[in-house]
Design a binder for this molecule. Sequence first.
Ligand code: ADP
Ligand code: ASP
Ligand code: MG
Length: 819
Amino acid sequence: MRVLKFGGTSLATAEKFNRAADIITHNICHSDVSVVLSAPANITNGLVSVIKNTILHGEAESQVFEIKSIFNRLFDGLGEMEGTFDKALLYLELDKILNQLMLYIQGIKLFGLCPNNIYARIISKGERLSIITMSVLLKARGYSTFIIDPVHYLLAKGDYLEAMVDIEVSSVNFRREPIPRKHIGLMPGFIAANEQGELVTLGRNGSDYSAAVLAACVRAECCEIWTDVDGVYSCDPRLVPDANLLSSLSYQEAMELSYFGAKVLHPKTILPISRFHIPCLIKNTNNPQGAGTLISNDGGEDNLAVKGITTLNKLCMVNVSGPGMKGMVGMASRVFSAMSIDGISVVLITQSSSEYSISFCIEANDKQVTQSLLQDNFELELKDGLLEPVEYIDDVAIVSLVGDAMRTEKGVASRFFTSLAEVNINIVAIAQGSSERSISAVIPNDKVSEAVKACHENLFNSNHYLDAFIIGVGGVGSELLEQMKRQQAKLADQGIVIRVCGLANSRGMLLDSKGIDLNFWRDALVNADEPFSFPRMMRLVQQNHIINPILIDCTSDQVIANQYVDFLSSGFHVVTPNKKANTTSMEYYQQLRNAARRRRRKFMYDTTVGAGLPVIENLQNLIAAGDELVKFTGILSGSLSHIFGKLDEGKSFSEATITVRESGFTEPDPRDDLSGIDVARKLLILAREAGMHLELEDVKIEPALPPNFDVSGDVDSFMSKLPEADAYFEKLARDARSEGRVLRYIGKIEHGLCSVNIQSVDVDDPMFRIKEGENALAFYSRYYQPIPLVLCGYGAGTQVTAAGVFADLMRTLGWKLGV
Ligand code: ADP
Ligand code: ASP
Ligand code: MG
């Protein structure tokens, strides 16, 4: 015998119901089959609302109407699909059940309450209707059915709403009155009877348990749970779309996963089937060909230390503490027996090793009852100060990792907690079962999505998402977008998904949490009707629980740079070629680093000096290894490298500047290059990186122009004045040449001072041969002297800068890539 259970999601519409019937009839070819059905989706919740509304408002007309409509649609739909389907009989049955419901409603209205025995009868009506419908449908297809009334067969103990089935007694019932051969057994889920023969229910979502109970009672060869997902996933697939489908789970793993919140299985399901070693398959009604997940004695081939991540939401944490807790035998048991008497389920318990306090979680709905229970039971202890006032922490949730092999795997807990820290989650409490099969953390309820996503990225071989927000789509920004577009597919093969979730320039902003299509970003941005707004960006990140947002600032804007601390504090990494942030006050410089450290975010700015050359990273590595910068000289401007190189060839200064400008190697206004301020900023960044506390005003700048040269007026008038500088440069160059030297525009750090000026250098100087746009940086350090560490190469241009920004973006993934 095989037992097949179909959940409410698999019976929600006529089409789905019909598909469930297909699966049943397909199985009947291979062996005897019994079927357990839930109520169609939304029916049980609807019945609960009927009761609630009747108590609160004295009527529940719209809820009853909704329930009636769901069944009407179901019957009509099935009638259209199956010619001989006896719709009329079902309408009669529905009327009978709804009339009964109306009588109950009158009673509830009269008394203003609904006792649990009546409550159980009302909320289980959906299951009965599912069974009658399936029976009529299967009969229409020519099959014989046998309705297994759980009130007759299943004896249960406990509360009307959370009963537990006695398998022994119930098994005897099935042996005494077996399901007739060649009949499809049909049993409503969720229902059993108590010793008085009254109907009881097995707890919300309890039809899974009914199926397991039936399988155990008839010693079925297999129990199949048919639902709306392909099986059990490593976490709720609604939260993480690329969650891994697990091919197998041990009974213990499945039990732990469901206990800690994996809704796909009711926690009570496993016990009856594991007792008789009945394998359980979780399958998808919408994809019957899929292999599903097998739950059995054996954890199987998946070979994963952590099988799943689960959450239990909307809890309250209770802390009972006080001097009376220590050494007072039985205090803990008194607390928990007080809770159990009123049927309050305690989800997780931790105790401090000093025994000074016990903490546990309860469902938020149980808080009020718990409060009065503890107050009543410990009145004296509270009065005498043996117990401190009980503390209640609201709005918490539990995140758990589950897996049999966690016991032998090292480092799982540390990766778990690091993941939570990465998304800025404050852990309220932790607990590890002594079986080491699960480890749980209590966290704020509103952080559950972030927690699951971060843990899943770090603990499973799943995709890493880089969610970029790019501001500025000029030369570097647009080149970066092109490079991303080209690289996206290759990175996706390595499990790295780059999504541009935000794109902005001075005119507008585009936001899309699923990623903007990089084939059409230009047109989309032109048509964007929203202005740039940091709060809007932040809201998108929060609403979509984006865990790895990265701001990429491709502007040279001071206002944006001034907001980096806010971005970092809000959980963004910041990647930038913009020099402004690192050259504002030393105080802001420190704030940036503190914010990044506090939020465990990366602040990456390797392209601010030498564009794509790996300058900052190398300098940081040297300093981290204990080296000290003694002296630095460098050519840090591509445009000035060009201009001064041309002086070597005998060109006049004005000619050189005009040629370089016309080739597009200067800023539109060459005064921005000639002023030396850009070089000074780069020098300051290097000096600060080397540990010096300097401000921009401390850098001594001599522009790349004759002293007191008139720089007023517009660009054209400045350019026309340039020949007046030629004589000055000609003399300088001649003097230099006579000594075998050349002129270079050099930034220098020495003896704690920074200067930027024109210098003549001899053939032994690393700057001698640097021209045509090349940059060179010579670091003389404790370890690198007298021969310096020299980095040189093309130090400007949109392509290399964008590639450098891209590399910084990839580095935000840090240790996750093993780099
Ligand atoms: P049914 O109506 O079949 O009983 P449920 O809604 O009770 O279905 O359970 C199936 C749902 O459980 C899935 O749609 C899925 O969203 C959710 N779920 C939560 N955690 C998991 C998990 N780890 N694996 C699979 N599904 C899960
Ligand atoms: N219909 C019941 C509920 O919604 C039982 C079930 O579907 O498992 O709780
Ligand atoms: Mg379910």
